[in-house]
Design a protein around this ligand. Sequence first.
Ligand code: HEM
Ligand code: HEM
Length: 144
Amino acid sequence: VTRFEAWLLHLANLLVGGTGIAYAVVRYLLDPPDPFASVHPWQGPVAHAHVLAAPLLVFGLGLVFRAHAWAGVQLEVGARRRSGLVLVASAAPMIVSGYLLQVAIEPLWRSLWSWLHLATGALWLGAAVAHLVASRERVPRAGE
Ligand code: HEM
Ligand code: HEM
């Protein structure tokens, strides 16, 4: 991963993950200040920001996929393997459910994609943090 790719991915995770969490809070935890409104006034803007930021993450992922992520899987790199594999596994269901949410109309499908997206989004974000934090750990050398 080059420094540029790393910063792009960290920025995209911050924007997409931040707006994703904010959206969940606004939608499920906050009550609208106006008792006659069905949704919180921030729900629309936060959802829009989330959807607009998402392509940056998809692009960043594509940028490092072959040379870094897939190479890491194939070469059986030891360092950061666990979080890396969770990133690889959660990427496709997170992205696909994000897009299916935008085209699903029936309530049953909407709630299915919504749950899948929430679960895989949380998994991705947790793994992204773990993947970064792992870099701060020093691997002990033999004889230490
Ligand atoms: C860090 C990764 C992500 C997290 C934590 C996250 C989180 C969330 C959450 C909590 C919701 C609300 C789900 C609901 O109530 O139905 C949501 C909605 C959504 N997400 Fe994500 N998401 C992530 C990545 C993505 C990506 C990569 C895409 C695009 C491919 C995407 C597209 C969407 C869409 C379209 C919605 C529905 C917005 C609406 O209702 O208008 N998300 N996301
Ligand atoms: C979708 C999958 C993946 C993404 C998005 C990803 C992303 C990243 C990013 C952004 C960094 C730089 C962190 C920093 O220092 O700022 C990094 C480093 C690293 N990752 Fe991954 N990674 C993925 C999969 C994997 C896999 C599968 C492995 C190994 C099995 C792996 C092993 C490593 C290692 C060893 C480093 C430190 C060396 C380097 O910067 O290249 N990663 N990864």
